[in-house]
Design a protein around this ligand. Structure first.
Ligand SMILES: CC(C)(COP(=O)(O)OP(=O)(O)OC[C@H]1O[C@@H](n2cnc3c(N)ncnc32)[C@H](O)[C@@H]1OP(=O)(O)O)[C@@H](O)C(=O)NCCC(=O)NCCS
Length: 174
């Protein structure tokens, strides 16, 4: 069911609609299943390392939602009465650093169809609506897809504290 926190239909030209909506604690099983469908490479890139306990990842991600300054968005595909998560973006505002950090992923078979760009736009819009205007992310230096997505969205690149990674920052406009 849609609510005011949905972002509407994305990805034109698919037979079944795809929506971006705010995740809730009750999505833990769906999110766990989604992490399990990601290829090893996509998961490695998403979490910047090898991970295996998907239910813990999903649980930890959604438990953060108890904090007002955190949110998770999911892109969901509705087909024949079934809903499946095909992408996600998590955001957490760090009060100490005064900026929000995000990470994002899209199911392998849905990549390169505009879902990542739509999720990133929705993250930016939500952060602005919360009044958090400084946004950053980090990705492995080898992750050309994410670097290209961030560049296209207007993020500026700097060094990361993690030697394996690059950092990208953007000042959002309210
Ligand atoms: C990075 C990722 C989220 C992009 O999602 P996506 O849905 O495929 O991206 P989109 O289709 O919206 O593409 C938007 C832009 O991203 C960049 N991009 C996406 N895939 C790319 C690829 N394979 N090669 C180069 N650039 C790519 C392009 O700039 C693209 O714009 P364009 O289509 O005008 O060229 C996706 O590749 C992914 O989930 N990767 C695994 C997880 C990950 O790496 N997460 C990053 C951790 S922060």
């Amino acid at each position: 069911m849609r609510n005011e926190q949905d972002y509407g239909e994305i990805v034109a030209g698919t037979e079944s609609p795809i929506w971006i909506r705010t995740a809730a604690v009750g999505d833990v099983d769906k999110l766990c299943a989604y992490y399990g469908t990601l290829s090893r490479d996509s998961r490695y890139n998403r979490f910047m390392g090898a991970v295996s306990n998907f239910s813990k990842l999903a649980f930890d991600c959604l438990m953060q939602l108890r904090r007002a300054e955190c949110f998770t968005l999911v892109a969901e595909w509705h087909d024949g009465g079934c809903d499946a998560i095909i992408g996600e973006a998590s955001y957490a505002f760090d009060r100490g650093k005064g900026r929000g950090e995000f990470a994002i992923s899209v199911a392998d078979r849905w990549q390169r169809r505009g879902v990542g760009e739509a999720l990133l736009s929705a993250v930016q819009a939500r952060a602005v609506s919360l009044g958090y205007l400084d946004l950053f992310g980090e990705t492995l230096k080898t992750n050309e897809e994410m670097k290209s997505l961030a560049r296209k969205a207007g993020f500026a690149f700097t060094r990361s504290m993690d030697w394996r990674a690059v950092r990208f920052d953007k000042r959002l406009t309210g």
